[in-house]
Write a protein that binds this ligand. Sequence first.
Ligand code: NAD
Length: 499
Amino acid sequence: MVKTIGHFIGGKHVAGTSGRFADIYNPNTGEVSAKVALASAAEVGAAVDNAKAAQPAWAAKNPQFRARVMMRFLDLAAKHREEVAHLISMEHGKTIPDALGDLQRGVEVAEFAVGIPHLLKGEYTDGAGPGIDMYSMRQPLGVAAGITPFNFPAMIPLWKACPAIACGNAFILKPSERDPSCPMRLAELFLEAGLPEGILNVVNGDKEAVDAILDDPGIAAVGFVGSTPIAHYVYSRATASGKRAQCFGGAKNHMVVMPDADMNQAVDALIGAGFGSAGERCMAISVAVPVGEATADALIDKLVPRVEKLKVGLSTDREADYGPLVTKQALERVKGYIDLGIKEGATLKVDGRGFRMQGYDNGFFLGGSLFDHVTKDMRIYKEEIFGPVLSVVRAKTYEESVALVNDHEFGNGTAIYTRDGDTARDFASKIQIGMVGINVPIPVPLAYHTFGGWKRSGFGDLNQHGPDAVRFYTRTKTVTARWPSGIKEGAQFSIPTMR
Ligand code: NAD
């Protein structure tokens, strides 16, 4: 009998009652390792009721009280880091060192949240008018929700929940149904850290739970991360029901390689950023754009042996470059894109489809693949593959490479490799992308900056973490105050002006 994962509501594990479950796989073996309950609208409603009941007392605590809960959570996250990384690795398939990084990048947002009291301070104008003072304050929204993808089961739930909670909200997390064990464990650790029951609830589920979140009038804001069609759907439905929404979608991240780039550094960057985590990262580099035929030929010559030598291994193998993909469906989808690339006329320089992991024939493993001569009109260029496949699109000039990146529908991340400051500066200024790396392949901003893509990689006005997270999870109230001794005039019928 495989174990069953329910929900975490009101500080307690509760079994699912909908009668619907999804299978969770061990991606190394392909076996079902657990079943996760899929919540009904009624179960989402119960979580919202718990959150609503708990939130006013939490909001009434002073900000440093809430920050201290974050501090204790940081201690617990450090103590349990190997255990959490193991949970991630056994459901997602990323290697343990990579899973530790997944947790670490989430924990950094909890560290940022410790300082949120500073950002919650309002503004004050002494003497805004005769006897009048004016001040603004930031207040929590009430109950917020986060709907998160499979590929960062620690980092993205923490990006969503920590700032929301530190600002005084209660939070409903609906993690991916493919790897829910890590978010469930993080919720337990928050409870142990002293977070009151009902402030962080985890409701597992699929579209039914998501739709219930989007329609529930008790939820004031929704943060989403996942694929673009669902991001757009969630944004439209959440905003139509009057909620705040920030929804981040898919990506196709290009790395431009200029003729003057340090070629060895550029190749290292492409190998790590293209194939780490089996390419299942929204900031993975999936397109290399060498500028000029000579640069392209030199790049391909160096890339081919490196892609051939990638060490694909079990997710528990700390020496492996990357592990299996998350599900058989994901494996088949990525293989389908490699078949398609050949049909579309791209040159497959390295073919990962034949890779077999000895003793693990049913695992979701795929070798690294490399396409050359990919063109703008091909579906393998236009669509997100989300696997260990790197495409090379050759550009004749720097201007052509910039136009290529800017014309793509996605705008999450990009990078340029060059030793020329003018070029780098021009690129950073002209490129229509939310996060830009200059000789940095995965430019994920640190917790105190904000993270967010442009174009169809992000819907909504505010980014994740950093100061934008505080703006997203609070609303501003402005108070204009004058005490009776300051009142000197009678009724005023025209709009008040303060001269
Ligand atoms: P996904 O869109 O399939 O799922 C994301 C979430 O939406 C999950 O919680 C899932 O249960 C829910 N969901 C799925 N189908 C739904 C539907 N029809 N209606 C309502 N909810 C639904 O994404 P995924 O496969 O889990 O994650 C991979 C995707 O996430 C990639 O496209 C990747 O680029 C993207 N991603 C983006 C960022 C970013 O910051 N832009 C970060 C990480 C991942």
